[in-house]
Design a binder for this molecule. Structure first.
Ligand SMILES: [Zn+2]
Length: 458
């Protein structure tokens, strides 16, 4: 693909680091007011596609050596690809909350809590999205969009608050293998509502473990045993036999191509029905996936780039075509960017910013945080910031920090002494005032079984 590289050089002026907005401004400016729309004829509709567990570097448009994603490659060619997009968390619930609210995890606080008992992890609990926070579907709905959400994992269902603001919302609690059905459902909905100004959110769960690509995708990238899924390969984040890694990756990549093909059907239908010229498509992921890069498989365990580096592509009216933007972007930028794109005035202050603007602070520190796995019993919390090429990760409770220069060490294998600005940015992020006050989710027995099956609780 021929792409114009929007080169941003990452020098490290300290004064810019000190001015960074990694934690965001905690107070809203002025009174909360109803959003207003100034719709133009071309800036009309939005489709946000979130592919669960899709790491950026397994897409061919991000340089992968397998041709996993020809459809998404074309999408990127027709729009702007964000080369250095970061998830705000390494797992589903808090990452989606950042997409919904435009806030970092320390602001919205929708996350899990782990309880320990005699040095053993005894149980995990989840908190719902605080529906009092301004959110993407609520603000777009108030601005006159007809809103439709289609999700495929229990963490995004009504119990967790993610349906708020959607006039039409459907969530399949265990939505593996549903890319084709979900795309069909979206097309059927669009057939009935395309004369309205719409916002659609499509969440696909196929790429999430256990990987079980349809037969024609199972051997796209290698021939293995006749086992149907990869579920027997992983137990609690550990690959039972490291020699199975190739199979794991090949099945994961097969799932990506399966999703890519189905999105191709959606985009073809949109072209045939006149929606391509007036609809913005945003494609991203909630987090990546790990394949033993740092000792784990699956996700949630660390804040390394295999989990935080996500795809982010904008294409449609008002978006420059054929552009690769190398400035660091975050999931929490999507909401403020979409409000500006749609011409919606508001008085909210988000942690994210409008990344289509040419003058946003390219040296800001984009944060993430997570919860440490069982192996580290003396500390529970991880936090990180990426500013330019410098990534700093902290075991927060122990106040231990390391830094990486991703331009020299993209795989984060050689930790450097902590970068002083990075340490300051992590501490600043960790001190972010709480804006959301989520409620503890009380699951019934059926939900608990689903969450266990998906690996979200144990
Ligand atoms: Zn996820």
């Amino acid at each position: 693909m021929k792409l114009k590289l929007n080169v941003i050089f990452f020098a490290f002026p300290v004064f810019l680091i000190l001015l960074c907005s990694c934690g965001g401004t905690p107070e809203e400016i002025g009174e909360t007011q109803a959003a207003q729309s100034s719709e133009t004829s071309s800036h009309r509709n939005i489709i946000l596609i979130i592919i669960d567990t899709l790491r950026a570097d397994h897409l061919s448009c991000y340089g992968y050596n397998r041709n996993t994603s020809p459809v998404l490659d074309s999408l990127a060619e027709s729009g702007t690809l964000w080369l250095n997009a970061q998830a705000q968390a390494p797992w589903t619930l808090p990452s989606h909350a950042s997409i919904w609210t435009g806030l970092s995890l320390r602001s919205h606080r929708t996350n899990m809590e782990i309880f320990w008992n005699d040095g053993e992890r005894s149980r995990k609990i989840n908190y719902s999205l605080d529906t009092d926070l301004p959110s993407l579907p609520v603000l777009l709905s108030e601005a006159g969009f007809t809103t439709f959400g289609l999700a495929n994992v229990i963490l995004l269902n009504e119990t967790h608050g993610f349906n708020e603001g959607f006039q039409y919302y459907s969530c399949n609690d265990a939505g593996h293998g549903r890319a084709a059905v979900s795309v069909d459902s979206l097309i059927i909905w669009l057939e009935q509502h395309s004369d309205e100004r719409f916002f659609c959110m499509l969440h696909l769960f196929d790429v999430h473990a256990p990987y079980n690509p349809p037969p024609q995708y199972r051997e796209l990238y290698g021939e293995y045993s006749s086992e149907e899924t990869t579920s027997w390969l992983i137990e609690d984040g550990v690959l039972m036999n490291p020699q199975d890694r190739d199979q794991l990756v090949s099945y994961y990549d097969g799932e990506i191509t399966w999703v890519d093909d189905n999105l191709g059907r959606l985009f073809s239908w949109m072209r045939e029905n006149g929606l391509s010229n007036n609809t913005l498509i945003v494609l991203t992921a909630d987090h990546g996936e790990e394949f033993l890069e740092h000792g784990w498989v699956d996700h949630c365990h660390t804040l390394y780039q295999e989990l935080l580096h996500i795809p982010l592509i904008f294409t449609g009216p008002g978006i420059n075509a054929g552009v690769v933007d190398s400035r660091v972007a975050g999931q929490y930028d999507i909401l403020p960017t979409l409000l500006t794109w749609a011409g919606i005035s508001h008085s909210f202050v988000f942690d994210g910013t409008d990344i289509l603007s040419q003058d946003f602070n390219a040296f800001r520190a984009v944060p993430a945080s997570g919860v440490l796995p069982t192996a580290f019993l003396d500390s529970s919390h991880l936090a990180s910031v990426l500013s330019g090429n410098i990534k700093t990760i902290a075991m927060v409770d122990l106040e231990e920090f390391v830094s990486f220069d991703l331009s020299e060490d993209p795989e984060e294998l050689d930790p450097l002494a902590a970068d002083s600005a990075g340490v300051e940015n992590v501490l600043y992020y960790w001190a972010t005032p709480q804006k959301g006050f989520p409620e503890l989710v009380v699951h019934d027995e059926s939900d608990i079984n689903t969450l266990k099956d998906l690996g979200y609780i144990n």
